[in-house]
Design a binder for this molecule. Sequence first.
Ligand SMILES: [Zn+2]
Length: 204
Amino acid sequence: MLKSGYQKDPEFVKKINWPINEYSKVHGILYYTFNEQLRICVPNTPECNSIIKNTLLDKIHTSLGHAGFTKTLYGLMNNFYWPKITRDTREYCKTCAVCQQAKNSIQKPNGLLHPFLIPNKPFTYLTMDFLALPAIIAHATKVHYSHVWTIVCRLTKYTLVLPLPDGCTADTLVSLFMSHAYSHFGYPLDIVTDNNTLFQSAVW
Ligand SMILES: [Zn+2]
Protein backbone atom coordinates (compact mmCIF):
# COMPACT_ATOMS: atom_id res chain seq x y z
CA MET A 1 0.00 0.00 0.00
CA LEU A 2 2.87 2.37 0.84
CA LYS A 3 4.82 1.54 -2.30
CA SER A 4 1.84 2.02 -4.66
CA GLY A 5 0.79 5.08 -2.64
CA TYR A 6 4.05 6.92 -3.39
CA GLN A 7 3.29 6.78 -7.10
CA LYS A 8 -0.14 8.39 -6.54
CA ASP A 9 1.07 11.13 -4.21
CA PRO A 10 2.13 14.26 -6.12
CA GLU A 11 4.50 15.22 -3.27
CA PHE A 12 6.22 11.86 -2.81
CA VAL A 13 6.26 10.60 -6.40
CA LYS A 14 9.25 12.78 -7.24
CA LYS A 15 11.05 11.90 -4.01
CA ILE A 16 10.63 8.14 -4.43
CA ASN A 17 11.84 8.24 -8.02
CA TRP A 18 14.74 10.65 -7.33
CA PRO A 19 15.46 10.61 -3.60
CA ILE A 20 17.76 13.51 -2.72
CA ASN A 21 18.89 15.48 0.34
CA GLU A 22 17.04 14.31 3.40
CA TYR A 23 15.07 11.67 1.46
CA SER A 24 16.29 8.11 0.88
CA LYS A 25 14.78 4.92 -0.51
CA VAL A 26 15.32 1.49 1.07
CA HIS A 27 13.56 -1.57 -0.38
CA GLY A 28 10.98 0.65 -2.06
CA ILE A 29 10.10 2.53 1.15
CA LEU A 30 10.75 6.28 1.24
CA TYR A 31 12.46 7.66 4.35
CA TYR A 32 12.77 11.25 5.50
CA THR A 33 15.76 11.96 7.74
CA PHE A 34 15.41 14.51 10.49
CA ASN A 35 17.69 14.82 13.54
CA GLU A 36 19.62 11.83 12.18
CA GLN A 37 16.48 9.71 12.56
CA LEU A 38 15.02 7.83 9.61
CA ARG A 39 11.29 8.29 9.39
CA ILE A 40 8.98 6.32 7.10
CA CYS A 41 7.07 8.57 4.68
CA VAL A 42 3.34 7.82 4.54
CA PRO A 43 1.74 8.96 1.26
CA ASN A 44 -1.38 11.04 0.89
CA THR A 45 -3.88 8.65 -0.72
CA PRO A 46 -7.40 7.77 0.48
CA GLU A 47 -6.24 4.22 1.37
CA CYS A 48 -3.10 5.27 3.26
CA ASN A 49 -4.97 8.05 5.02
CA SER A 50 -7.81 5.87 6.24
CA ILE A 51 -5.82 2.74 7.03
CA ILE A 52 -2.16 3.54 7.78
CA LYS A 53 -2.35 7.07 9.17
CA ASN A 54 -5.43 6.38 11.30
CA THR A 55 -3.94 3.15 12.66
CA LEU A 56 -0.65 4.87 13.53
CA LEU A 57 -2.41 7.79 15.21
CA ASP A 58 -4.66 5.43 17.15
CA LYS A 59 -1.88 3.04 18.26
CA ILE A 60 0.52 5.77 19.30
CA HIS A 61 -2.03 8.02 21.00
CA THR A 62 -3.48 5.02 22.88
CA SER A 63 -0.14 3.42 23.80
CA LEU A 64 0.94 6.76 25.30
CA GLY A 65 -2.10 6.59 27.61
CA HIS A 66 -4.20 9.02 25.53
CA ALA A 67 -1.47 11.62 25.66
CA GLY A 68 -2.10 15.17 24.52
CA PHE A 69 -1.35 16.53 21.07
CA THR A 70 2.36 17.32 21.60
CA LYS A 71 3.35 13.96 23.06
CA THR A 72 1.32 12.08 20.45
CA LEU A 73 2.97 14.12 17.69
CA TYR A 74 6.48 13.47 19.03
CA GLY A 75 5.69 9.76 19.44
CA LEU A 76 4.54 9.61 15.83
CA MET A 77 7.36 11.72 14.40
CA ASN A 78 9.98 9.44 15.95
CA ASN A 79 9.31 6.99 13.16
CA PHE A 80 6.89 8.49 10.62
CA TYR A 81 6.48 11.52 8.43
CA TRP A 82 3.93 13.07 6.11
CA PRO A 83 3.44 16.75 5.19
CA LYS A 84 0.23 17.36 7.21
CA ILE A 85 1.29 15.25 10.21
CA THR A 86 0.86 18.12 12.69
CA ARG A 87 -2.62 19.05 11.50
CA ASP A 88 -3.75 15.39 11.39
CA THR A 89 -2.44 14.66 14.89
CA ARG A 90 -4.12 17.75 16.35
CA GLU A 91 -7.40 16.77 14.68
CA TYR A 92 -7.11 13.17 15.89
CA CYS A 93 -6.43 14.14 19.51
CA LYS A 94 -9.28 16.67 19.45
CA THR A 95 -11.78 14.09 18.24
CA CYS A 96 -10.61 11.00 20.19
CA ALA A 97 -13.78 9.60 21.79
CA VAL A 98 -12.01 8.43 24.96
CA CYS A 99 -10.36 11.82 25.53
CA GLN A 100 -13.67 13.58 24.90
CA GLN A 101 -15.41 11.33 27.39
CA ALA A 102 -12.70 11.95 30.00
CA LYS A 103 -12.95 15.71 29.47
CA ASN A 104 -16.74 15.76 29.64
CA SER A 105 -17.06 13.48 32.62
CA ILE A 106 -17.60 15.20 35.96
CA GLN A 107 -16.38 12.06 37.70
CA LYS A 108 -12.73 11.21 38.01
CA PRO A 109 -11.86 9.14 34.93
CA ASN A 110 -11.21 6.00 36.94
CA GLY A 111 -11.81 2.89 34.90
CA LEU A 112 -12.11 4.73 31.61
CA LEU A 113 -9.38 2.69 30.02
CA HIS A 114 -7.45 0.84 32.66
CA PRO A 115 -7.57 1.60 36.36
CA PHE A 116 -3.95 2.78 36.24
CA LEU A 117 -2.02 2.99 39.46
CA ILE A 118 -0.20 6.28 39.80
CA PRO A 119 3.53 5.62 39.40
CA ASN A 120 6.01 7.57 41.51
CA LYS A 121 9.22 6.14 40.04
CA PRO A 122 10.19 6.13 36.36
CA PHE A 123 9.98 2.81 34.50
CA THR A 124 8.08 0.96 37.22
CA TYR A 125 4.67 1.14 35.49
CA LEU A 126 4.73 0.38 31.77
CA THR A 127 2.42 0.14 28.79
CA MET A 128 3.41 -2.15 25.91
CA ASP A 129 2.05 -2.46 22.41
CA PHE A 130 2.90 -3.77 18.95
CA LEU A 131 2.78 -1.78 15.73
CA ALA A 132 2.80 -3.38 12.27
CA LEU A 133 5.15 -1.71 9.79
CA PRO A 134 6.13 -2.22 6.17
CA ALA A 135 8.65 -5.09 6.24
CA ILE A 136 12.29 -4.04 6.36
CA ILE A 137 15.27 -6.36 5.77
CA ALA A 138 18.46 -5.65 7.70
CA HIS A 139 21.37 -5.36 5.28
CA ALA A 140 24.00 -7.19 7.27
CA THR A 141 21.95 -9.96 8.88
CA LYS A 142 19.15 -10.35 6.28
CA VAL A 143 16.67 -10.52 9.18
CA HIS A 144 13.11 -9.36 8.29
CA TYR A 145 11.46 -6.85 10.58
CA SER A 146 7.77 -6.07 10.19
CA HIS A 147 6.75 -4.91 13.67
CA VAL A 148 7.96 -2.57 16.34
CA TRP A 149 7.40 -3.00 20.05
CA THR A 150 6.65 0.14 22.02
CA ILE A 151 7.38 0.18 25.75
CA VAL A 152 6.15 3.37 27.42
CA CYS A 153 6.87 4.52 30.97
CA ARG A 154 3.48 5.72 32.28
CA LEU A 155 5.09 8.34 34.53
CA THR A 156 7.56 10.05 32.19
CA LYS A 157 6.12 8.83 28.84
CA TYR A 158 9.70 7.82 27.93
CA THR A 159 9.25 5.43 25.02
CA LEU A 160 11.42 2.58 23.83
CA VAL A 161 10.74 1.52 20.24
CA LEU A 162 12.27 -1.88 19.45
CA PRO A 163 12.16 -3.48 15.98
CA LEU A 164 10.93 -7.09 16.15
CA PRO A 165 12.21 -9.86 13.87
CA ASP A 166 9.54 -11.90 12.06
CA GLY A 167 8.49 -15.05 13.94
CA CYS A 168 9.34 -13.44 17.25
CA THR A 169 8.46 -15.56 20.32
CA ALA A 170 7.73 -14.68 23.94
CA ASP A 171 11.33 -15.68 24.72
CA THR A 172 12.64 -13.17 22.14
CA LEU A 173 10.56 -10.46 23.81
CA VAL A 174 11.92 -11.37 27.21
CA SER A 175 15.53 -11.24 26.04
CA LEU A 176 14.93 -7.89 24.26
CA PHE A 177 13.25 -6.56 27.38
CA MET A 178 16.16 -7.70 29.56
CA SER A 179 18.80 -6.03 27.38
CA HIS A 180 16.95 -2.79 26.51
CA ALA A 181 14.77 -2.08 29.56
CA TYR A 182 15.71 -4.20 32.56
CA SER A 183 19.45 -3.57 32.23
CA HIS A 184 18.87 0.20 32.44
CA PHE A 185 15.77 0.60 34.59
CA GLY A 186 15.32 -2.60 36.61
CA TYR A 187 12.21 -4.73 36.79
CA PRO A 188 8.81 -2.96 36.49
CA LEU A 189 6.04 -3.36 39.07
CA ASP A 190 3.18 -3.34 36.59
CA ILE A 191 2.79 -3.83 32.82
CA VAL A 192 -0.36 -3.04 30.82
CA THR A 193 -0.62 -4.73 27.41
CA ASP A 194 -3.30 -5.33 24.82
CA ASN A 195 -3.39 -9.04 25.76
CA ASN A 196 -1.39 -10.07 22.73
CA THR A 197 -0.69 -13.82 22.95
CA LEU A 198 3.04 -13.09 23.11
CA PHE A 199 2.42 -11.33 26.40
CA GLN A 200 0.35 -14.16 27.87
CA SER A 201 3.42 -16.27 28.47
CA ALA A 202 4.04 -17.10 32.13
CA VAL A 203 7.26 -15.04 32.17
CA TRP A 204 5.22 -11.82 32.14
ZN1 LIG B 1 -7.51 9.88 23.41
